[in-house]
Design a protein around this ligand. Structure first.
Ligand SMILES: Cc1cc2nc3c(=O)[nH]c(=O)nc-3n(C[C@H](O)[C@H](O)[C@H](O)COP(=O)(O)OP(=O)(O)OC[C@H]3O[C@@H](n4cnc5c(N)ncnc54)[C@H](O)[C@@H]3O)c2cc1C
Length: 369
């Protein structure tokens, strides 16, 4: 489920579209399909660098048993199958973007903005935001944020590691990712067996517990590097920092044994995993009930006509947070959107089995000229 950079993301002007989906979880993906059957092309925004939502982030390798006609599939397999199923509809994916604000235009459309500055002008908006945007867990240390983006980094799959060559690197986290980064910084950034590869000047791994949760091979590598004094592992928390002319120079770590250490720091990499945060959607003025968006069950419209909410983010009497329920919601929400996008058109129900029109849209027979 690879991340693909969308060329439209360098766009300076609003991207004018019919439908924007917030969230590339299973329900957001199936919304693309249902819109596609009604000839509505969708754009999809997700803060993660890949599709799948909770399925990809929380349980990619666990089996799911209650997807109709799939007796068992993992979270990742379901995501891959959904991506394959929606491929004919050519949705545009904008990964690594958090949707932050929307503004209703006099013509009824919505001006919607991401934290990376992309602006969409859309006729309909689908909120498939699940339990919230998956954002990196931060370090709770007052004032540290001012180094964000320069010396304080939340690395992801696209982060270049070679920029840390000859730097004092502090890595916070105790999982596979944190340990993997510590290993890369110590062992060089390219071919680990090549002694001439640039390496970090010093590497300190800080985790709040004295047990790391990484695969046995990575743990063995870290242990060997610590023994060889090529890296340090400190079990404790960041409690302070020093700076010089706005440049972070060192971090203070208070160990679980109460011992304090001052660690020279040029780069601070935070790798404590992701946690979902509803974020700005809660401030959009839509009707909510306990952090979920209230919808009507005819079209899954929110309190704002033109804005639909599907999947785990919505609530209504009898709501069950299951993928199959979200899939059903997508069907009715797509019809609700079609009435707004094509007000002059009657949109009949058609079967994918028998409709030549749907076969064309699905690409199973060539499109008529
Ligand atoms: C361990 C576990 C096991 C489960 N097993 C099952 C099961 O067996 N069967 C079943 O039916 N269900 C299961 N579920 C529940 C199921 O995963 C959810 O119902 C489903 O993922 C909801 O899909 P969604 O698309 O609504 O939201 P999500 O999967 O949560 O996806 C929402 C996406 O929206 C993105 N997003 C949110 N806000 C923003 C924003 N402002 N800007 C950009 N992106 C944003 C998030 O990053 C995320 O990728 C399980 C859940 C868990 C945690």
């Amino acid at each position: 489920v690879a991340s693909v950079k969308n060329p439209a993301d360098s766009h300076q002007h609003p991207i004018e579209i019919d439908a924007l989906i917030v969230g590339a979880g299973p329900v957001g993906l199936f919304q693309v399909f249902q819109l596609g059957l009604l000839e509505i092309k969708a754009h999809v925004v997700d803060v993660l660098p890949y599709a799948g939502g909770q399925c990809a982030e929380l349980y990619p390798h666990k089996p799911i048993y209650d997807i109709p006609a799939l007796s068992v599939c993992t979270g990742r397999e379901l995501t891959d199958k959904l991506l394959a199923q929606i491929a004919p509809f050519g949705a545009a994916f904008h990964y690594g973007q958090q949707l932050t604000s929307f503004e209703k235009q006099p013509d009824g459309r919505f001006l919607v903005q991401t934290n990376k500055g992309i602006v969409f002008c859309t006729k309909t908006l689908f909120i498939a935001a699940g339990v919230g945007a998956f954002l990196p867990r931060t370090v709770n240390l007052q004032g540290l944020d001012r180094f964000y983006g320069q010396q304080l980094i939340y690395p992801n799959t696209g982060t270049a590691s070679s920029v840390y060559a000859d730097k004092n690197v502090v890595i916070v986290g105790g999982g596979d990712d944190a340990v993997g980064w510590a290993f890369r910084c110590c062992a060089g950034f390219g071919d680990a067996s090549d002694a001439s590869e640039p390496k970090a000047r010093s590497v300190t791994l800080v985790h709040r517990r004295d047990v790391l949760q990484a695969s046995p091979d990575k743990l063995a590598a870290v242990h060997a590097l610590c023994e060889a004094k090529k890296m340090r592992f400190l079990a404790g928390q960041l409690t302070g920092f020093e700076e010089n002319n706005g440049v972070l120079t060192s971090l203070e770590v208070c160990g679980i044994d109460g011992q304090e250490s001052q660690v020279p720091t040029d780069a601070l990499l935070i790798l404590q995993g992701l946690s979902p945060k509803l974020g700005p959607i809660a401030q959009w003025g839509l009707d909510m009930e306990r952090k979920q968006l209230r919808v009507d069950t005819e079209t899954y419209s929110t309190s704002e006509p033109g804005i639909f909410a599907v999947g785990d983010i919505n609530t209504y009497p009898g709501k069950k947070k299951l993928i199959v329920c979200g899939f059903h919601e997508c069907v009715l929400a797509a019809y609700g959107a079609a009435a707004i996008i094509f007000p002059e058109r009657k949109v009949p129900l058609q079967y994918t089995t028998t409709s030549p029109k749907l076969h064309q849209l699905l690409g199973v027979i060539p499109a008529a000229d």
